[in-house]
Write a protein that binds this ligand. Structure first.
Ligand code: SAH
Length: 228
């Protein structure tokens, strides 16, 4: 896939990616692919696969709500996905959070654009930053019922959590009924896409309807052993 093709595929979805943004996305891709040879960041080593599964996929949440000028947190960002792409393609104020310092350090080392990184565990960060964010997003971090407990307390009432999933999304929603209720949030919609590689993606848009009990999030051991 060329950069032009990526721009066209995004345009077909209704996502604007100008020349400057496209070249930033490309330079970030080459930066991560290069770092990946020394630090294990992603299993994806092929440029086409990277453009499809990392860049194109990361832009799709932009279709679910208006990110411009919003305060956004990407939980478990890894090498910066989806947060870096959303940062480049919108005017959102995006923070990239990961518990692995090695990964946030790599993101910090990219010199062509500043990305705000946070090296912390989401459940610990959430207890100190309740109701600070308009949008929280996560891709490939944990099951939905676990993610909800990490993400929802961080949101302002009326804010959105976007969970980026594959076809297992529907099962996970069914298994998260109790967590959704306990955390006063609800599924607004699901958004299906097929990536250029043929992989199916399902993004879930969840709204925080009311404030949360200060009990949540619990510590990670409890969250994992007894998911809501
Ligand atoms: N979102 C990226 C990375 C997914 S891998 C992508 O889609 O490419 C999952 C990442 O989540 C890892 O980097 C791991 O360090 C981080 N992670 C897992 N649990 C976490 C937690 N409780 N708090 C913060 N980061 C977490």
């Amino acid at each position: 896939m060329t950069l032009k093709e990526l721009q066209t595929l995004l345009a077909i979805k209704g996502i604007t990616c100008g020349e400057e943004e496209a070249s930033l996305l490309e330079s970030y891709m080459f930066y991560i692919l290069d770092k990946n040879e020394k630090v294990n960041l992603t299993a994806i080593k092929d440029k086409n696969e990277f453009m499809s599964k990392m860049i194109f996929d990361s832009a799709l949440p932009l279709l679910l709500t208006d990110f411009n000028d919003k305060k956004v947190l990407d939980i478990g960002t890894g090498a910066g996905f989806p947060g870096s792409v959303i940062n480049i393609l919108s005017t959102a104020d995006v923070s990239l959070l990961d518990s692995t310092a090695k990964k946030t350090k790599v993101i910090d080392g990219f010199k062509n654009k500043f990305f705000h990184t946070i090296n912390a565990r989401a459940e610990e960060y959430a207890r100190l930053h309740r109701k600070e964010y308009d949008i929280v997003i996560a891709r490939a971090v944990a099951d939905l019922s676990i993610l909800l407990e990490l993400a929802i307390p961080l949101l302002k009432v009326g804010g959105y959590f976007i969970a980026m999933k594959g076809p297992e999304a529907y099962n996970e929603i069914e298994k998260s009924c109790h967590a959704l209720r306990k955390l006063n949030c609800s599924v607004v919609k699901t958004d299906e896409h097929t990536l250029p590689t043929g992989d199916k993606r399902v993004n879930i848009l969840i709204r925080k309807d009311k404030d949360n009990s200060l009990r949540y999030p619990r510590n990670y051991k409890e969250i994992k052993e007894r998911p809501l």
